[in-house]
Design a protein around this ligand. Sequence first.
Ligand code: UDP
Ligand code: MG
Length: 136
Amino acid sequence: MSSIEQTLSIIKPDAVERNLNENIKKFFLKNKLKIVKEKKIQITKEEAAEFYKVHQTKPFYERLCSYLSSGPITVMILEGVNAIQENRKIMGATDPKNAEDGTIRKEYGISIDKNSVHGSDSIENAKKEIEFFFKS
Ligand code: UDP
Ligand code: MG
């Protein structure tokens, strides 16, 4: 089944810092994901903690929240056929070492922490994450 979905994408501080915004956006566009909303912001550690709440019991949680709030990020709503799964494919594995050729994380990821992008992993989380950044 294919349906038009929206998903949340974040270009993380390591990639914004290296001016990779335009390069990363090309991956979405060439894979038929449209960028319907976009903003460059910096969030607080508290906001990062709220955003990554699903990981609050993980050993890396504290570091992850510090990191996401450490510098500007670009948040986007991507839209397209099966956008959630498509975006995950385009991103590549969480650890860039394991990411497939041609994926964003393979190309630009530095480490499992600094892996350049975030993408929602389910319809439910996509909805929540879009709300989190783009509630009107
Ligand atoms: N992460 C980490 N260490 C780990 C696992 C994850 O630093 O052992 C970070 C990593 O930056 C990842 C984020 O936590 O992108 C969220 O983890 P998740 O498992 O949701 O991976 P993702 O959905 O980003 O691929
Ligand atoms: Mg995740």
